[in-house]
Design a protein around this ligand. Structure first.
Ligand code: 6PG
Length: 247
């Protein structure tokens, strides 16, 4: 894989602004090539980091197909829902067709196996014919990193770190509440054209140092290594990057 590209910003506002420009370039590249833009979003602080896109007429929202890198198994209007966070902070403020947003099926909350299969089928509908490869090739996957080094719902020491086949998997034992979640797997994340981590604030200092300077420690976030020609980027603030030696 290509080595990660690290961008560090003096403030959250400058990070948000540059991230918006980066996403616009990725969008343009994808639209020029195939007329659509496939993206996966995360929860946590990520949705509000996309604020730089709101109101920008260059964003072709009707060409976006939005999936979730991970989702909590709760009703779509539950405060823990990543979909609700993205709706409140982004979708409610932009002209995106609702059918372009791929949420989990709320009628399947009682059956995680079925729910994750259904989400995988949703991905297959979007990707399978075109990229008839073994894994979908997202144009862009946006990830956060937890203080324990998890990303999406891939947690340290969890058996899912070695998943090799499924596109979407579920867990019932997330150390970060709520316990039940679905997540894209590493093979999916690592087949994306671009993966961007967004990490800011002092609670990320040690983890960012660990992941970027000691990837051999194998924290989940350090296992994001997109296969060539995929590229990994880190958008961080100077606070989070305080101990980072990389590159
Ligand atoms: C989730 C998120 C999760 C998040 C990290 C970082 O559903 O919990 O998708 O993976 O991205 O925990 O969270 P912060 O951005 O809030 O630090």
């Amino acid at each position: 894989p290509n080595p990660p590209i690290l961008f560090s910003f003096p403030s959250t506002d400058s990070l948000i602004e540059s991230l918006a420009l980066f996403i616009l370039r990725a969008q343009k590249d994808s639209l020029d090539k195939k007329g659509r833009f496939t993206i996966a979003l995360s929860g946590g602080s990520l949705p509000k980091m996309l604020g730089g896109l709101i109101g920008n007429p260059a964003v072709k929202w009707d060409k976006w197909q939005v999936f979730y890198a991970d989702e909590r198994i709760v009703p779509l209007n539950h405060p823990d829902s990543n979909h609700l966070a993205c709706t409140n902070l982004l979708f409610s403020k932009i002209p995106i067709p609702p059918e372009n947003i791929h949420a989990i099926d709320p009628s399947l909350l009682h059956d995680l196996e079925e729910l994750s299969d259904a989400y995988e089928k949703d991905l297959i509908r979007e990707f399978a014919q075109k990229d008839s490869a073994r894994f979908p090739v997202f144009d862009l996957i946006l990830l956060g990193m937890g203080p324990d080094g998890h990303t999406a719902s891939l947690f340290p020491g969890h058996v899912l770190l070695t998943e090799e086949d499924r596109w979407v998997a579920y867990i019932e034992d997330s150390p970060k509440p709520p316990p039940k979640r679905i997540t894209l797997t590493f093979p999916v994340i690592n087949h994306a054209a671009r993966v961007v981590f967004v990490a800011a604030g002092k609670e990320k200092v040690d983890t960012l140092n660990n992941v970027l300077d000691y990837p051999e420690n194998g924290l989940p976030s350090a296992r994001v290594k997109p296969v060539f020609p995929g590229q990994l980027y880190w958008f961080v603030d100077d606070t989070a990057a305080e101990k980072v030696q990389y590159p």
